[in-house]
Design a protein around this ligand. Sequence first.
Ligand SMILES: *Cc1c(COP(=O)(O)O)cnc(C)c1O
Length: 356
Amino acid sequence: MPDFRSDTVTQPTSAMREAMFQAPLGDDVLADDPSVNALQEHAAELLGFEAALFAPSGTQTNLIALWGHCQRGDEAIVGQSWHSYRWEAGGMAVLGSIQPQPVETQPDGTLRLADIAAAIKPDDPHFARTRLVVLENTTGGQVLPPQYLAEVARLAREHALALHLDGARVFNAATVQAARSGSDVYAEARSLCREFDSVSLCLSKGLGAPVGSLLLGRRDFIRQARRTRQILGGGMRQAGMLAAAGHYALRHHVRRLSEDHANLDQLARGLAEAGRSHPVLQGRIHVQPWQTNILFTDLQADVAPAFSAWLERNGVRVTGSLYGGQTRLRWVTHLDVGPADVAAALDCVARFALPG
Ligand SMILES: *Cc1c(COP(=O)(O)O)cnc(C)c1O
């Protein structure tokens, strides 16, 4: 039965396993693992950066990047809902001695320019030194418009701030841009990264690799990042087996992200229809706007526990959280759920009835 909890749950395909099996290996802490080096060079070129670094997780590449841009006591402007602020256990403060300055995230996933500007501190010894703005794309499954990215970049440059992109799912954003403009997804990804001093991206989300993240930036920045990775214990030896999976994913699993988006679109439409016509769910399930492979549905409290239990009992796995008095379910499509899984999930929803 379908597992919609996250795009991190995917299993490596047999072709990916074969690429891992065949990968030539070295010692990546000594920088001589050919498979890691090939991935890093390819990714840097693909996305328009001088250099790249392979690391175990996106949490780590974000921390390495923040640490690279900020000294002890410096400040980074982040969104309230950003992964790097909310979902990384406070790593920037705990390990980086960086002060986060959170800014409210708007419903479309942006931070208001005026809010960013207001958060930038003047040069005064009372204040931490504002050094960095962090954006996230996609964020909550939403795509930040390229024009918005350019506006934030202009603001950052006016104040001599660095700009980091948490691009864990930047290829999902690029997929939407490519569909809109009829262009190539890799060209769109490169374009979405253009304004940023550094970008982190996940190989183990929609791209379907078992492990790994990449950090992209200028050569000197990545040289420093390699040192930080070592401090954090992220130096891996025969990491080429993992890099080969990521490299395979970067070549073969980017164009297929549009399938995940199409599957999510089907799922979202079906759930929205349930919100209009299902005997129990009518008016009680609210489907949030969707663009990529992540969907949020809000359930009224009178039906949420029974509905969640029904899904669970039928093996339809989602993640749930409380959100403004309602239960918010998150549905994510990925490599290991197809149209038949979406149909099965919608069938399960259709059969839902209140117990008793
Ligand atoms: C998953 C995720 C990360 C972190 O990646 P891990 O590999 O799970 O540490 C960072 N940012 C965003 C937006 C993510 O979704």
